[in-house]
Design a protein around this ligand. Structure first.
Ligand code: GUN
Length: 284
C-alpha cells in the first residue's frame, strides 16, 4: 500500500514561506504583482484563473485579472500584453491557455517580456531550462519536483518514465528529471508496448489527459506514481490519468486527484512571481 503524497499540505508549507518573504518585500517597498489574462468562456480555465487570483491574495500579492471576450482580436490582446510588459506594478504575466482558435498562441506567448513570463513558456525561458540556467521553471513540472523533494524521494539514478510529451508538462518534466540525474524515457500516443515501459519505472509521471488510463497492472511494485491528470470519470467525478485504487495497492508513493499536483502548480506560479519581483528589486 502506498503513502499518499499530500499536495495540499506541501503546497501550504511552500506558500507559507512565500507569504513571509512577500511581507518582507512589501516592507522594503515592493509588492509582487501578477496579471492573469483569460480570453473566452472555457469553464475549466475560468476555475483555474479564479484559483490563481485567490492564491495571490492569500500570500499578499497584488493582482490584476483581465477576462476578455471570446471575440477579442489578436491586436487587442497584444496591446494589453505590451501595456502589462511596461507596467511596474506587474512582475508576472500569465495568459491562460488554450486561447480561442483565431488567436496564435505562439505569437501571444512570444509577446510577453521573458522576465515577466512566469509560466516559462517563452522560447527564451524554454531554452534556458534546456541549458539548466533558468530563472523560472514551468509551474507543473516544478511542482512535481517539489512534491518528490518534500516526500524525500531521491531521483538520482532512478528509472523515470514520463507519459505525455506536451510543451507544458511532458517535455519540461523529462528535462527536470534528467537534471536531477534520473534516467528518463518519454512515452506518448505512438509508443509501442506502453505497459512494458511504464512497468519499468521507479518514478512514473503521467500527463496525457485520459481518465484512469494507467492501471495497477501497468506499474512496478514499489513505484512512485505522480498523476498530473485532471479528468472526469464515467460519473462526471474529478479524477486523474491514473486509476488510483489499483495503483495504490502496488505503489510506494502516489498523488491523489484532486489534492496532489494541482495545488503545487499554483504554488510554483506564486514562487515564479516572487522571483520575478525580487529580480526587479536587484535591478534598482
Ligand atoms: N493551461 C493549462 N495549464 C496551464 C498553465 O500552467 N499555464 C497557462 N497559462 N495555461 C494553462
Amino acid at each position: 500500500m502506498a503513502e499518499i503524497i499530500n499536495g495540499k499540505e506541501i503546497a501550504a508549507q511552500v506558500r507559507a514561506g512565500i507569504k513571509e518573504e512577500t511581507e518582507r518585500l512589501i516592507q522594503a517597498g515592493l509588492q509582487p504583482g501578477l496579471a492573469v489574462v483569460i480570453v473566452g468562456e472555457d469553464s475549466a480555465s475560468q476555475v483555474y484563473v479564479r484559483n490563481k487570483i485567490k492564491a495571490c491574495a492569500e500570500v499578499g500579492f497584488y493582482s490584476e485579472n483581465y477576462a476578455l471576450p471570446e471575440q477579442t482580436t489578436e491586436k487587442e490582446l497584444l496591446e494589453l500584453i505590451a501595456r502589462l510588459n511596461q507596467d511596474p506594478k506587474i512582475h508576472g504575466i500569465l495568459v491562460q491557455l488554450p486561447l480561442p482558435s483565431h488567436l496564435d498562441e505562439n505569437k501571444v506567448i512570444l509577446a510577453i517580456d521573458p522576465k515577466k513570463d512566469v509560466d516559462a513558456f517563452h522560447t527564451e525561458n524554454v531554452g534556458k531550462i534546456m541549458l539548466g540556467n533558468y530563472e523560472f521553471l514551468p509551474c507543473t513540472p516544478a511542482g512535481v519536483m517539489k512534491l518528490l523533494e518534500y516526500s524525500g524521494i531521491e531521483v538520482a539514478g532512478k528509472d523515470c518514465v514520463v507519459v505525455g510529451r506536451s510543451n507544458i508538462v511532458g517535455k519540461p518534466q523529462a528535462m527536470l528529471l534528467m537534471q536531477a540525474n534520473g534516467t528518463v524515457q518519454i512515452c506518448h500516443s505512438r509508443t509501442r508496448d506502453l505497459a512494458k515501459k511504464t512497468a519499468a519505472a521507479d518514478i512514473l509521471v503521467v500527463a496525457i489527459g485520459k481518465a484512469k488510463f494507467i492501471t495497477g497492472d501497468m506499474i512496478k511494485e514499489g513505484a512512485v506514481v505522480i498523476d498530473v491528470g485532471m479528468d472526469r470519470d464515467e460519473n462526471g467525478k474529478l479524477c486523474g490519468d491514473v486509476d488510483f485504487d489499483s495503483c495504490f495497492e502496488k505503489a510506494s508513493y502516489i498523488t491523489p486527484v484532486p489534492g496532489g499536483v494541482g495545488p503545487m502548480t499554483i504554488t510554483m506560479l506564486l514562487q515564479n512571481t516572487l522571483i520575478a519581483a525580487k529580480s526587479k528589486m536587484k535591478d534598482k
